[in-house]
Write a protein that binds this ligand. Sequence first.
Ligand code: ATP
Length: 290
Amino acid sequence: MKQIRVKAYAKVNLGLDVLRRREDGYHEVRMIMQTVDLYDDLNISKTKDQKISITANLKFLPVDENNLIYKAAKLFLDACGISEGVTVDLKKHIPVAAGMAGGSSDAAAVLYSMNELFQTGLTLPRLMELGVKIGADVPYCLMQGTALAEGIGEKLTELPSMMECPVLVAKPGIHVSTAFVYGNLKLDNVLHPDIDAQIAAMKEKNLKKTADCMGNVLESVTIPKYPVVAKIKDCMIKNGALNAMMSGSGPTVFGLFEDEKTAKAAYQTLYDQGLAKWVYLTGIYNDRRR
Ligand code: ATP
């Protein structure tokens, strides 16, 4: 095998709670992670020289060692003692700096498919051990599907698959720094989502109850600074979403819908109102990597 194509899927958080700030500055979280059917395309080819080269369709993305793809490829080659290289062509479709783990998902896809390309036979848990060195979301992006993420996001428990439903995703044309959001989070006065109730609703396969339990403590920082996030949520809910919430530290908002017709109409309204720069109508993606 000389070349491999892989899709790197985006995630949303159906619930996001922060329990406490640890002494080392990281935050202990409890999040329900869900893969959605929105992905980047990667084409990875082996090269005889030891270089890692990246090309990308978005000019503003770094293609040097600052790209998470580079970090993943380097880590993999070093861990396996391989003296060849790779070229990676990235077609980015996941919104960047959006709270959808786009970079982490690219890194996970690189680790997973280089293991196939070089026939190195690493297990998924071993790939996850490598992945967490790149970022806390990378182990989840390797696993995909529905999961509870605890610790700093790297302690994963598989959950039963989320019910399929249309998902409307909208990102306003603003950039939100994850460090700013966590740095300004005040935990004494926030409304914590009931993650256990949401897990129970998901086990019952009750979409309405699952949506009712959606909550993200990070909205308490992002929304006051960027009110457009609340406007997009309101627009989705007024137009038939069961519920709508910010993903990760934002600014992307997603809404869950019961049926395609309502979701399509909401997509059009949101698009026409011009609140968001990018609007996508997608769905739940439940395939898990093994
Ligand atoms: P998360 O949900 O994990 O916080 P995010 O959606 O906020 O992720 P990313 O899209 O992963 O953020 O990108 C954040 C920054 O990382 C960007 O500003 C970008 O310059 C840099 N970056 C490095 N590699 C990549 C990559 N492969 N794809 C996207 N961004 C990347």
